[in-house]
Design a protein around this ligand. Structure first.
Ligand SMILES: [Zn+2]
Ligand SMILES: [Zn+2]
Length: 354
C-alpha cells in the first residue's frame, strides 16, 4: 500500500495516508475563525439563546468562556490540554491564540490556532430601565402620629442598602432608583416590587410597624400586552418606641421588644409579659414615654407593701410588693412611672437610646 501523500509503503494506513502524513494534517481541534458574543456594556450580562444571562464577569473571562464553549476537540485526541491567550484587543475585537496539546495514535502533538472574537456591546433591558429611572414600587416610610426619628431613618437606610447589595447578586432590579425626603417621611423608589416587599419585611423585623400596599395601573406593556402596575407600600412605624408605656384592653404595659409579627410588652401591674399582634395596633394607646420615668426614694417595706415618696408631690404612697421587688431596700432610689395618676415601680434597667 502506498501513502497518497508521500508515496512511501506502509503496513498500516489512516485515510489512505502513512502515520507521519496523517498526523501532519490531523487537527487537534476545530473552531470557527470568527466568533461573536453580545454583551451589555454596563453590567456585562450576555445575550444567549434569546435571553440576557449572567453579569459582572470581566471581559477577559467572557472571552475565555466563549472560546472554551466553541472549541471542539477531535475524536482521536487523548489527554488534550488547551491554553488560551488573548494576543491583543483591536477595538471590540479580541485576537486570540489557542495552543493545543494531546496524543494522537500514541504520538504527542502540539498545534497553534488563531481566531478572533467580536464583543458586540449594547445595553441590556434591565440596565436601560435603571438608566431611565424605572421603578416598580415606592416604599413610603412614615411614623404614626409623629415624625420619624433620625435614628429610625438611619436604620432604614442601612437595612435597605445592605439588603440591596445582597439581593443584587440574584436580581438585577434590586436597586434604589431614588430616595426622596418629604415632610411626612422618606420615599424609597425600588426597581422591583418583589424586592420592595422584602425590604419592607426586613425593616419591620427591626423597627416593627405595619404596611399596606396600593397598586395602581400604569398602562400596558407594549410587547406582552400585560397590565403594568406600580405599587406604593406604606410602612407606618408605631407611635411608641421600646420602653415606652401603653394601654391595651385596660392593661397598662411597657413595650419591651417588637418585630415584624408582634409587640412584646410587660404588664406594669402583674409584671407579666404578653404579646400583641400588629393587627391589634389600633387598640393600643401610648400613655407615656420612657423619658417620663422618674426616680424616688423607698421609705418603708413590709412583706406585702412598699412605701415610696410620690416623685412630684412627695406624699407617701403605697405599692403592693412583688417577688421582683425583693432586692429593693429602704433608702434605695427606685424608678417609677406615673400612668393616669397611678405610680408603678419599674424594676428593669432601661436601655439607653443612642
Ligand atoms: Zn506519507
Ligand atoms: Zn446590563
Amino acid at each position: 500500500m502506498f501513502c497518497h501523500q508521500c508515496g512511501s509503503t506502509a503496513s498500516q494506513q489512516w485515510e489512505g495516508l502513512c502515520k507521519n502524513c496523517f498526523l501532519k494534517q490531523y487537527p487537534l481541534l476545530s473552531l470557527e475563525a470568527d466568533l461573536q458574543v453580545n454583551i451589555c456594556s454596563n453590567c456585562h450580562a450576555q445575550f444567549q439563546e434569546g435571553k440576557w444571562i449572567g453579569e459582572g464577569l470581566p471581559e477577559e473571562e467572557i472571552i475565555y468562556q466563549t472560546l472554551e464553549k466553541n472549541i471542539k476537540v477531535s475524536s482521536l485526541v487523548e489527554d488534550p490540554e488547551i491554553d488560551l491567550e488573548i494576543l491583543q484587543m483591536r477595538g471590540s475585537i479580541a485576537e486570540c491564540m489557542i495552543i493545543a496539546r494531546g496524543k494522537v495514535l500514541g504520538e504527542e502533538l502540539t498545534q497553534e490556532y488563531e481566531t478572533s472574537l467580536r464583543l458586540d456591546k449594547t445595553v441590556c433591558p434591565d440596565c436601560s430601565k435603571f438608566a431611565a429611572g424605572y421603578y416598580e414600587s415606592v416604599i413610603q416610610l412614615r411614623a404614626d402620629s409623629r415624625s420619624l426619628y433620625p435614628e429610625e431613618i438611619g436604620q432604614a437606610d442601612e437595612i435597605i442598602k445592605e439588603n440591596l447589595n445582597r439581593l443584587q447578586e440574584k436580581n438585577r432590579m434590586a436597586y434604589l432608583s431614588q430616595r426622596i425626603k418629604i415632610k411626612e417621611g422618606i420615599d424609597y423608589y425600588i426597581g422591583s416590587q418583589k424586592v420592595a416587599r422584602k425590604l419592607v419585611h426586613k425593616i419591620r423585623e427591626i423597627l416593627g410597624g405595619f404596611s399596606q400596599e396600593s397598586p395602581r395601573l400604569m398602562g400596558q406593556d407594549k410587547s406582552s400586552g400585560k397590565d403594568l402596575y406600580r405599587t406604593w407600600i406604606s410602612l407606618r412605624l408605631p407611635e411608641f418606641s421600646i420602653d415606652d408605656f401603653i394601654s391595651f384592653k385596660d392593661r397598662f404595659a411597657q413595650v419591651k421588644s417588637l418585630d415584624s409579627r408582634k409587640i412584646v410588652v410587660k404588664d406594669v401591674s402583674s409584671l407579666e409579659k404578653f404579646s400583641i399582634p400588629w393587627k391589634d395596633y389600633p387598640a393600643i394607646e401610648k400613655l407615656a414615654s420612657f423619658k417620663d420615668i422618674q426616680k424616688t426614694t423607698l421609705t418603708a417595706k413590709t412583706p406585702k407593701l412598699i412605701q415610696l415618696l410620690h416623685p412630684t408631690t412627695y406624699e407617701t404612697i403605697e405599692v403592693q410588693s412583688k417577688p421582683d421587688f425583693e432586692e429593693l431596700d429602704i433608702g434605695d432610689q427606685v424608678k417609677v412611672i406615673d400612668l393616669k395618676g397611678k405610680i408603678y415601680i419599674i424594676v428593669e434597667k432601661n436601655r439607653k437610646r443612642s
